[in-house]
Design a protein around this ligand. Structure first.
Ligand code: F6R
Length: 241
């Protein structure tokens, strides 16, 4: 794993955006895996700037998001569909049919997960996957567990994740307790991975992911086995390395 320690959130966001932008320039029909949450918001802002400057073109880009809450309709402002529209998609020229986010309202979740995996394979797999990390070491919504879950699946969210994500909701009761997440195998099949982390509250997870034992109890630790991962962490997130 390459580790890039940067000063702060802004520098992390610029560096991450530059990596995504170079992927888009080098392969204009790239398949890009995307994350939500607070961490990549600055990267999306930078990508929009690069798009507005004419430096990158999303016309032939395909995207696959890591996850979506179970039971939240697309129009719900807390859904990851809504987040992606607001933070990136409505600002760039990506084609609607090239955007993929699991459908948290699907009647048959198992089928939805299988089809999501199939679509990723049909697109040729993910060229570049952007990841954030949970305080408990989760990637996507692959929570600490006794085994790595290979494929897209329905997850019971950890109490810690529900607590962490309650900051986006009016109350903790409103946070969905389940989500659909891309599996670890699918993430590990991405040709390149950029892992982003900012802030003191991520320091322990980053330490365990980079230097700890490889274990499903810290899902991000599996990234140590991937041949092309770059971690961009700000000084606070990297403070225990
Ligand atoms: C979101 C995702 C999660 C987040 C993680 C960190 O799509 O996959 O793994 O990356 O929960 O969230 P933030 O960035 O809000 O700290």
């Amino acid at each position: 794993m390459k580790v890039l320690i940067v000063k702060d959130y802004e520098e992390m966001s610029r560096k991450a955006a530059n990596i995504v932008a170079s992927q888009i320039i080098l392969k204009p029909d790239s398949v890009i895996g995307l994350a939500t949450g607070d961490t990549p918001k600055g990267m999306y802002r930078e990508l929009i700037k690069l798009y507005n400057n004419g430096d990158i073109d999303f016309a032939n880009i395909k995207t696959f998001n890591l996850d979506e809450y179970y039971g939240l309709p697309k129009e719900n402002p807390q859904s990851y569909h809504y987040y992606m529209m607001e933070n990136l998609f409505k600002h760039v020229n990506i084609k609607k049919e090239n955007i993929h986010i699991p459908n948290g309202m699907a009647e048959n979740i198992e089928k939805e997960c299988e089809e999501y995996e199939k679509k990723i394979q049909q697109a040729g797999g993910i060229d570049l996957q952007v990841l954030g990390i949970g305080r408990n070491g989760h990637i996507g919504f692959n929570e600490p567990d006794l085994k790595f879950e290979a494929k897209a699946h329905l997850v019971e969210l950890d109490e810690d994740t529900i607590k962490a994500n309650s900051r986006f909701f009016n109350s903790i009761q409103e946070v969905p307790t389940k989500a659909i997440s891309m599996g670890i195998k699918t993430i590990m099949h991405a040709k390149k991975i950029v892992l982003l982390a900012s802030g003191k509250e991520k320091a322990e997870a980053i330490y365990k992911a980079v230097k700890g034992e490889i274990t499903p109890k810290v899902p991000a630790s599996v990234l140590q086995l991937h041949p092309d991962v770059i971690l961009i962490a700000d000084e606070e997130a990297a403070s225990l390395l």
